[in-house]
Design a protein around this ligand. Sequence first.
Ligand code: NAD
Length: 398
Amino acid sequence: MTAPTPPAGPLIQVTWTDHVTGSTGYLVVDRLVRGVSSGGLRMRRGCTLAEVAGLARGMTMKEALHYDPQGRYIPLGGAKGGIDCDPRSPQAYGVLVRYLKAMRPHIESFWTTGEDLGLTQDLVDEAAAEAGLVSSIQAVYPLLDDETAARERLAAAFALKVDGIGLDELVGGCGVAESVLATLDRAGLPYAGTRVALQGMGTMGGATARFLARAGLKVVAVADLKGTIAHPDGLDVESLLAARDTYGAVDRAALRPEDRELPGDAWLSVDAEVLVPAAVSYAIDAVNQERITARWIVEAANMPVLTDAEALLAQRGITVLPDVVVNSGTNAWWWWTLFGDIGADADEAFAHTRRAMRALIGRMLARAEADGTTPRAAAHALVADRLPVIAERFGWYR
Ligand SMILES: NC(=O)c1ccc[n+]([C@@H]2O[C@H](COP(=O)([O-])OP(=O)(O)OC[C@H]3O[C@@H](n4cnc5c(N)ncnc54)[C@H](O)[C@@H]3O)[C@@H](O)[C@H]2O)c1
């Protein structure tokens, strides 16, 4: 039997309007596999349906890229939620709860979700409970062999902290950092002294900065909503991490006298070999890409580099490592843990994430070399090979 041809657009799109504030929210399900999809929920002022649809498609790709026929975790479809609201506004929590109440039938039956830009997992969990949900990932429970053991394992993994930061907030950045390290290895560049600049010091940016600093790289700039903090010899990453608020903004009182405060977009043009956009989508466009001198852009954020900017960067010999590979570690870790590929153990989680990310980066770069394409085109080609295999084995919705 041959698999059906994939539809051009997403399977399901929902637009929601908050009856109290008028805020708008979206859910896009790009694809269901075994009747279930996976994708986080973001909250930001200006979030659009097109953005959420792009993110949902990216989730389908991340799920497919991690498909291992021998693994216990079998990929789900891709989805995403988005709410157009400033997460720091006093109304934000109420909007979140009402959105989750409205989405409850979808979350109960086919959409598993979690934190993304603007939200923490704790906040999503609290609001989900208030909205009457058992959990934000309950739709996957019927697919588990032993639901009780699986939920206990995931809860135990979420309770783990490593040097003050929750394991769930570290695995994604561990994967981003490993993508950087694997790329440096292929290029024959030593870790020590290689400079990196990041946009975003929240869940993804913060963890990436920690793992790269611990590997010996110099984190020379980090930007948050307040601006860029920089030092050409490297910032004290751990003290910046300890000075963050729940939205990932760094208290400037923690800066050393020698650290410099620069404008918000200065992270783009500082002298560094590696740039890691780890905040908003659409951060690098055709105009501001001109200021970039780094050799690699490693997408910890989702969709931070616009298509026309990427083409111009490629002409200048700057390589973009795509989000669908680079930041896929968090989502995969949830499922590796829940399905039982790994236990509730930080070392095991980091080791598994590193192995999987290194293998994926290797496959993607080898394919790019063989096809003479960008790494993003190569990642998409890998996905295009796998989606029919997944559809054939598991069907479209079932
Ligand atoms: N959290 C996850 O599990 C996860 C997984 C995969 C991908 N991502 C992607 O990573 C990106 C960041 O997500 P997160 O969860 O780390 O977010 P977060 O809310 O934890 O942190 C966001 C960080 O970006 C900064 N920031 C926000 N807007 C900014 C702006 N305009 N200029 C400069 N800095 C700005 C904030 O100050 C903060 O430091 C998003 O694109 C998200 O989709 C997140």
